[in-house]
Write a protein that binds this ligand. Structure first.
Ligand code: ADP
Ligand code: MG
Length: 305
């Protein structure tokens, strides 16, 4: 028996007046999967998520959550999901602790052991009023409530945009726990490396269209690191080493710049070490680089930015 997808979006379109924000959105999330939904600011991530939540109505296409219609079955759907928006607004006069409990109550859940665990992990002072919180702390309040909710589906819209790296790590661990518990997660971000660590699958959105979707492994070609290296001995046959792309050599072949397939890292580093590394810098792919490369590789034109 085929399982019903947790989320299925097909050819979703949405316009605001004359502006078409969503042109062709296709997403597929199965039970137990984490789907990273990435794209630059303004690409249409939040609009897609609001459509999934039934907050706005699709112009055309289908949006199904647990096999139900996102717009007409919103009540039933919302009992089975937890959502944290990109901008968290909270009751200014309630404390963080009161807010967490209220958010849980509103979704028919109770403050539980996991709630306490998360409050501790995120080091949130729950006695402070919401109006005194920074963006990051407001985000923590919403995240703690959502993460300690027991539902099959979690939707996070740019959840770590206000968090520092330490708290980002705590969030990542919490998502890992959800995954281990067989939950499904939709996670949007404009930073590739954020989603890369957590997502089983990634869908890339650009100007209202999903331009690439699949497993991380199948997108290895999109996630090459940029490497700059200076060596003592000339890198004469570096172009023969597999896994190296866009190679340029300078300074009598003592200086090289290239992009590197992640699965070739060990071989390439061994090769470089044999030529005595003086300086080495690797940079993870940024979303912008990725888009540029995507369009170069596909030979498409006239639409790179
Ligand atoms: N209610 C709205 N009315 C008009 N335009 C909107 C509305 N909501 C979003 N947009 C536009 O739709 C595009 C996609 O926005 P959004 O989904 O928020 O992008 P993202 O979340 O990827 O940054 C943007 O150009 C934005 O200005
Ligand atoms: Mg957004």
């Amino acid at each position: 028996m085929a399982t019903v997808p947790v989320l299925k979006v097909e050819h979703l379109q949405k316009s605001f007046g004359k502006f078409q924000a969503l042109k062709d959105i296709n997403l597929d999330l199965q039970p137990g999967e984490v789907l990273g939904f990435i794209g630059p600011n303004g690409a249409g991530k939040s609009t897609t998520i609001r459509t999934i939540l039934g907050l706005i109505k699709a112009f055309s296409g289908t949006v199904k959550v647990f096999g139900k219609n996102a717009w007409s079955d919103a009540v039933a759907i919302h009992q089975q999901l937890a959502y944290v928006p990109g901008d968290v607004y909270l009751w200014p006069n309630l404390t963080g602790g009161q807010t967490i409990d209220l958010l849980l109550k509103l979704s028919h859940q109770k403050h539980n052991a996991r709630t306490d665990e998360l409050i501790k992990e995120f080091e949130l002072d729950v006695t402070k009023k919401n109006r005194t919180y920074s963006k990051g702390n407001r985000q923590k309040v919403a995240l703690i409530a959502a993460l300690s909710t027991d539902v099959p589906l979690y939707i996070f819209d740019e959840p770590t945009s206000g968090l520092d790296p330490l708290n980002e790590q705590i969030f990542q661990n919490a998502v890992e726990k959800l995954k281990q518990a067989g939950k499904s997660v939709l996670l949007s971000s404009h930073i590739l490396s954020e989603v890369e660590k957590m997502g089983d699958k990634i869908a890339i959105i650009r100007q209202g269209t999903i331009i690439e979707t699949g497993t991380l492994a199948s997108m290895q070609h999109l996630t090459r690191n940029q490497v700059s290296v200076i060596t003592k001995q000339p890198l004469t046959d570096l172009d023969q080493v597999t896994g190296i792309h866009q190679l340029t050599l300078q300074n009598n072949q003592l200086e090289a710049n290239f992009t590197l397939d992640s699965d070739a890292t060990t071989d390439v580093m061994n090769y470089l070490a044999q030529h005595q590394i003086v300086h080495l810098k690797t940079t993870p792919p940024t979303l912008d680089n990725l888009f540029l490369r995507y369009y170069e590789d596909n030979g498409k034109s006239g639409d790179t930015k």
